[in-house]
Design a protein around this ligand. Structure first.
Ligand SMILES: [Zn+2]
Ligand SMILES: [Zn+2]
Length: 257
């Protein structure tokens, strides 16, 4: 049974082989996932040293970052790769600022995602993030960050009224009822909409008329082989549709959609 990183890499690779318009993006995403996986494996292997305090864990995380950045620089277009920090002080600053932000920039996320996921695996709670908790907002029970995607399964609550949210940073999932906006806590079902198109039969856009935010949901009852975070990236056309309709995403994904 492939592990969670391998499932993501395999799914992105499979989707990149198709004729989707996002083919090139998915090829890059698969390579970024592979670099993140190397980072995650190295951090978990030295897991006894990790504390959950980024300031104290920086020597290990910085080493991962330097390796990951030099890998991804090799295949990203220059206009993106030129943003990668190229010395220790700049790496530390990027990671430290990203750790304390609800939404970190691309290169910080490349490394902070596997770091946070390693902490979740090891059960070391992230410290010093200092994120403000906002009433009504769905926040990851492990790291306090926003969700990236929601997942619908056959067994999502006995009445089918549940869903799982997947954290954008540490990949922890947690249960939340469906009739609830994850951004503002709106519970009026008449103000909560969803958009679905046959072009992405297993992905939908859940939006809220009150705060005009949206989150995509991947419905595993429609496509059991989907890997939610990857299918979320692959359905970028839905993000374009949502933006054209005046909606803001609860949290942009790693590739900036
Ligand atoms: Zn989290
Ligand atoms: Zn809302």
């Amino acid at each position: 049974m492939p592990d969670s990183w391998q499932r993501r890499i395999d799914r992105a690779t499979t989707l990149a082989r198709g004729d989707a318009p996002s083919k090139a993006l998915l090829t890059q995403y698969a390579a970024i996932l592979a670099a993140q996986r190397t980072c995650y494996d190295a951090l978990v292997a030295d897991g006894q040293r990790l504390t959950g305090s980024l300031d104290r864990d920086l020597p290990d995380v910085r080493m991962c970052a330097a390796r990951a950045f030099s890998t991804v620089r090799g295949f990203l277009p220059t206009e993106i790769s030129s943003d990668a920090p190229d010395n220790d002080a700049a790496i530390d600053q990027l990671l430290s600022d990203g750790w304390r932000a609800t939404s970190a920039p691309f290169f910080a996320r490349v490394v902070l995602q596997p770091y946070a996921e390693a902490l979740a695996r090891l059960g070391r709670r992230p410290a010093e993030r200092g994120l403000e908790s906002t009433p009504g907002r769905a926040e990851c029970p492990f790291c306090g960050g926003p969700p990236q995607v929601s997942v619908l399964r056959r067994d999502s609550g006995s009445d089918g009224g549940g869903r799982e949210l997947v954290c954008a940073l540490c990949s922890t999932s947690w249960a939340l009822r469906r009739i609830l906006c994850v951004h503002c806590g709106e519970e009026d079902e008449h103000r909560l909409k969803y958009f679905h198109t046959p072009a992405f039969d297993h992905v939908r856009v859940d939006s809220c008329d009150t705060c005009l935010h949206y989150l995509k949901a991947v419905d595993l009852t429609r496509l059991g082989i989907a890997v939610p975070v990857v299918d979320e990236v692959a359905s970028g056309a839905l993000d374009i549709w949502a933006h054209e309709h005046g909606l803001t995403k609860v949290e942009v994904n790693l590739v900036g959609l």
